[in-house]
Design a protein. Structure first.
Length: 137
């Protein structure tokens, strides 16, 4: 009986291990911006005045789309890659001849992204420093 339970436990552990997803896989899909501190808009036009549209970040494969509004000029598309060997993990956004490195953490229903003061220097943590309305965000 204890052998059967041990075997069942091992099978469950193996099955749970099959559900592991990499960071790029966890990012896939649409993320609604809930809150933003600081200022960073990918150089886009000002977004909708509709408070229900806070911005959308969409990941598909190795591409991303950031929408700050529903009209032309309110979005940017590019590619992204993740470096999960760093703590915190880093994400590299490339778009319009520009590259921005940021840090990120992803949970079941929450994605946190923080960019630094310079495009090529990621912040070391998610703590907002400085005054409201400036980077990092």
């Amino acid at each position: 009986m204890s052998r059967a339970m041990l075997l069942a436990g091992a099978v469950l552990c193996l099955a749970a291990g099959c559900e592991y997803k990499t960071a790029p896989e966890l990012l896939q899909g649409q993320w609604q911006r809930y809150e933003m501190r600081g200022r960073y808009e990918f150089g886009l036009l000002e977004g909708n005045k509709d408070e229900n549209f806070g911005g959308i970040l969409l990941f598909t494969g190795d591409e991303f789309t950031f929408l700050n509004g529903t009209n032309a000029g309110h979005g940017v598309k590019g590619t992204f890659s993740c470096d999960t060997t760093t703590k915190p993990q880093r994400i590299l956004f490339s778009f319009d001849g520009r590259t921005v490195v940021a840090i990120f953490s992803v949970g079941h229903e929450t994605l946190r992204v923080c960019v630094g003061k310079e495009d090529d220097v990621p912040p070391t943590d998610f703590v907002l420093r400085g005054t409201r309305g400036e980077r990092p965000t």
